[in-house]
Design a protein around this ligand. Structure first.
Ligand code: WQD
Length: 322
């Protein structure tokens, strides 16, 4: 029988790619989204849509009552800077909203949740690549909210209420190669969409935050993972929960580091023209190097990223512009 997946935050950037993957694998998909940052144009043919908010318990309960087999939860605020200046927004949306989801699941006896966590739970890495045994020590409130939800899920799991798969994303980039997802984030804070805005003339320059890090070219190194590879991990994780009835926490990254300067040069090669950028001061809270050890995802889920070259990843973003 076709299984039904409720994808909360399924109209957003990562959520829409997750929606695409579940549909491709033959699941019945219901997207639940308040469209605060998601887009209606990201809803794909075949997906059912509920315009709902995770802070509205009644709406949430109503959606959970629709014979749901598994929940994917990606509905969160994710601007690190904003989480430090307005923690109350993050406490409510990310923490209260997630507790509402867990409670609604328990009420409706839904036992499987795949949760969108973040490398931000680790804080400043003590070693790289970072594995899942690395100490949890978030250095911003956004990272703390992810950690708080992971702890809640641990308790619910320990108390026999549900099983969870917590997926700790590193730097998500790229778009579906077939251009089926076109909704872009507004006022992006992350490097890749900022670089694309410069590539298309929407902004006139890129500020590179710091050139004096202890890395080969002095700029920060990150692990950029293609969003379609992230999406595949969600269906694998859901299948794992259905088959094994056991919780898991895994990193999702490529294990490969790319510096900011390397990313800019790779983009210039893809778009065939120079970008306008300048080196400015460091951004507070940026680790010099952040890379994932994603061996556990490989061992437990059989997952490995298909996109390993940064140019190929950037090409999928540029394809939307040409
Ligand atoms: C990447 C690199 C910047 C903008 C964040 C969250 C993390 C995770 C993913 C989220 C850094 C540099 C950036 C710019 C720059 N989770 N940069 N100029 O900070 O690695 O990770 O997103 O949901 O929790 O912290 O990503 O894209 O902001 O930055 O030089 O205008 O690009 O300093 O080295 P980050 P990012």
């Amino acid at each position: 029988m076709t299984q039904t997946i409720l994808i909360i935050g399924g109209a957003g950037y990562i959520g829409s790619h997750v929606q695409k993957q579940f549909l491709a694998e033959g699941y019945h998909v219901i997207v639940y989204d308040n469209l605060s940052s998601g887009h209606k144009c990201n809803l794909l043919p075949g997906a059912q849509f509920i315009h709902g908010d995770i802070l509205n318990k009644e709406q949430l309960n109503h959606a959970m009552a629709l014979n749901i087999d598994g929940v994917v939860h990606l509905a969160a605020k994710k601007a690190v800077g904003e989480s430090m200046s307005q923690p109350e927004l993050y406490a409510e949306n990310n923490i209260t909203g997630s507790v509402n989801i867990l409670n609604a699941m328990v009420k409706n006896e839904i036992r499987s949740i795949v949760f969108s966590s973040s490398a931000a739970v680790y804080g400043m890495p003590k070693y790289v690549p970072v594995d899942e045994m690395h100490p949890i020590n978030p250095i911003n409130y956004y990272g703390y909210t992810k950690c708080a939800i992971e702890q809640n899920m641990e308790w619910f799991s320990k108390l026999g209420k549900l099983n969870f798969a917590s997926l700790r994303y590193f730097n998500a980039v790229g778009y579906a190669a077939d251009k089926s997802i076109i909704g872009k984030e507004e006022n992006p804070q992350n490097l890749m969409p900022i670089v694309m805005e410069a590539a298309t003339g929407k902004r006139n320059k890129i500020c590179v935050f710091g050139q004096d890090y202890d890395t080969p070219d002095g700029t920060c190194i990150r692990d950029y993972i293609h969003v379609s590879d992230l999406a595949t991990a969600h269906t694998l994780a859901m299948r794992y929960l259905f088959d094994h009835h056991k919780s898991l926490t895994i990193n999702l990254g490529t294990g490969k580091g790319v510096s900011v300067t390397e990313l800019l040069h790779a983009t210039e090669r893809v778009i065939g023209k120079p970008l306008n950028y300048e080196y400015t001061q460091r951004r507070p809270g940026d680790p010099a190097v952040l890379m994932a050890n994603a061996q556990k995802a490989h061992d437990l889920l059989g997952w490995s990223p298909q996109y390993t070259e940064i140019e190929d990843i950037i090409q999928t973003v540029w394809n939307l512009e040409i």
